[in-house]
Write a protein that binds this ligand. Structure first.
Ligand SMILES: Cc1ncc(COP(=O)(O)O)c(C=O)c1O
Length: 420
């Protein structure tokens, strides 16, 4: 037990540092605030109790590394494995015979998308620490914030979640996510910028701590080393599906990159699975490929430590990032993305978002059309939760949200937004 406690102290410190990189705006004042946030994390993460968490033995990561069951808390809150399917109709349109989708829309019982895989680990940790509060951040329409609020309200977890949200361009899913967050009891704080939200979070944390409350901070996008293990696990899950004949080994996987845990986790997981597949992450935030690559290297190193590996696997193929489809501003839907979204919808019936999945789809379509890739196996990894809210909502629900969010319900949607 002592070893385990020591391990988790270490783990919290590493995740505090991993979280620094992805508060989306850069600049000296912000990095100072990030540092303040990290210092706060490093000094406020004592382990207070023994874990009471069961890791299901059928989770691919624990099948692969059974010793981890005793070291890494995991909450069984996801619906896994997610389906793999051929995209025949899209393939006919693009003249390619080997196109597939791995659909992570269906990861959740109450909310889906890529964040659920990370939260199995992150909320496992919060429960393990007997947190009184979970604090997190995101854009106003953040899928991560919404997923965290929904799942932390679950009876297995039952920890209030406070989220600090900065402005973004309007999208259809922003309205859905705000309503769901409100319905599941999230405490939402509108902030004027990502710097402001870091500041507001620190204030709140200090206030809670002055009342002796234990706080767990989950970074933007859930992309610290612990959360990113969700995508190491996902790659091992894919390996099993390939083994079962559901699809051939992909040569390329296309995925959206925001806070980077999905791409970095997949890249490490594929190496551990012995698959020589290249991950092509499409950057969706105002940062360079070089910044993403450096961050992936650091995340992968930290994940290897959590997995108790002596070194990074020699066969690792680092993600090959592209900024080509970014569109100049977070959540903007460029025309090329709008075209990709409507092609996918017309041929396969999937209604995806233009912030993340639509941009990964752009790269996937471009590869599928290129002569050099006609004999390759291409996998599009959908990270977007496509469902509408389960209950209808009206003006009275909107009025319960902080006023700063009301305009998202009346702002015109961008022309390429397909809605839900
Ligand atoms: C729908 C969706 N896809 C992809 C991403 C990017 O994943 P990651 O933050 O792990 O890079 C996010 C979040 O940022 C997301 O909400």
């Amino acid at each position: 037990m002592i070893r385990r406690k020591t391990h988790f102290r270490f783990l919290l410190v590493t995740y505090a540092f991993a979280s620094a990189n992805f508060l989306y705006a850069a600049g000296p004042s912000l990095s100072k605030r990030c540092q303040a946030l990290n210092e706060w994390m490093a000094t406020n993460s004592e382990v207070s109790s023994d874990p009471d968490i069961i890791a299901p033995a059928s989770v691919p990561l624990f099948e692969h590394y059974p010793y981890l069951i005793r070291h890494i808390p995991y909450l069984d809150i996801a619906k896994l494995p997610t389906p793999v399917k051929p995209l025949n109709s899209l393939g006919r349109e693009l003249g390619h015979r080997n196109l597939y989708i791995k659909n992570d829309s269906t990861t959740g019982h109450l909310f889906g998308g890529n964040k659920i895989r990370k939260l199995c680990f992150l909320l496992g940790q919060a429960v393990y620490h007997k947190a009184d509060y979970i604090l997190t951040v995101g854009g106003a329409g953040s899928n991560h914030s919404t997923a965290t609020i929904v799942l932390s309200s679950w009876s297995n977890v039952n920890i209030p979640c406070i989220s600090f949200l900065s402005p973004q361009l309007p999208t259809a899913y922003t309205c859905r996510n705000l309503i769901i967050s409100q319905q599941y009891g999230g405490e939402l704080h509108p902030c004027t910028s990502s710097a402001d939200r870091a500041q507001a979070l620190l204030h709140k944390a200090a206030e809670l701590q002055s009342r002796s409350k234990k706080v767990v901070y989950i970074p933007s996008g859930g992309s610290n080393a612990l959360g990113s293990l969700g995508y190491v696990n996902a790659a091992l899950e894919l390996k099993k599906q390939i083994g079962a004949g559901e699809m051939p080994k992909p040569d390329y996987i296309f995925v959206a990159a925001g806070s980077n845990g999905t791409a970095a986790g997949l890249s490490l997981g594929l190496a551990l699975a012995g698959l020589d597949t290249q991950v092509i992450p499409v950057i969706t935030v105002p940062m360079t490929s070089e910044e993403f690559t450096a961050d992936a290297r650091q995340l992968i190193e930290e994940m290897c430590k959590l997995l108790q590996l002596s070194s990074i696997p020699e066969n690792i193929i680092y993600p090959r990032y592209t900024t080509e489809y970014f569109g100049g501003e977070y959540a903007r839907i460029p025309n090329i993305t709008a075209d990709a979204l409507s092609l996918m919808h017309r041929t396969e019936g999937f209604k995806l978002d233009g912030t993340y999945a639509g941009k990964a789809l752009n790269a996937f379509i471009d590869y599928a059309q290129a002569a050099a890739h006609k004999d390759k196996v291409l996998l599009f990894w959908n990270t977007f939760y496509t469902d509408k809210p389960r209950t209808s909502f009206g003006a009275s629900d909107i009025s319960k949200l902080p006023e700063e969010f009301h305009h998202y319900f009346t702002d015109p949607l961008q022309p390429g937004d397909l809605g839900l």
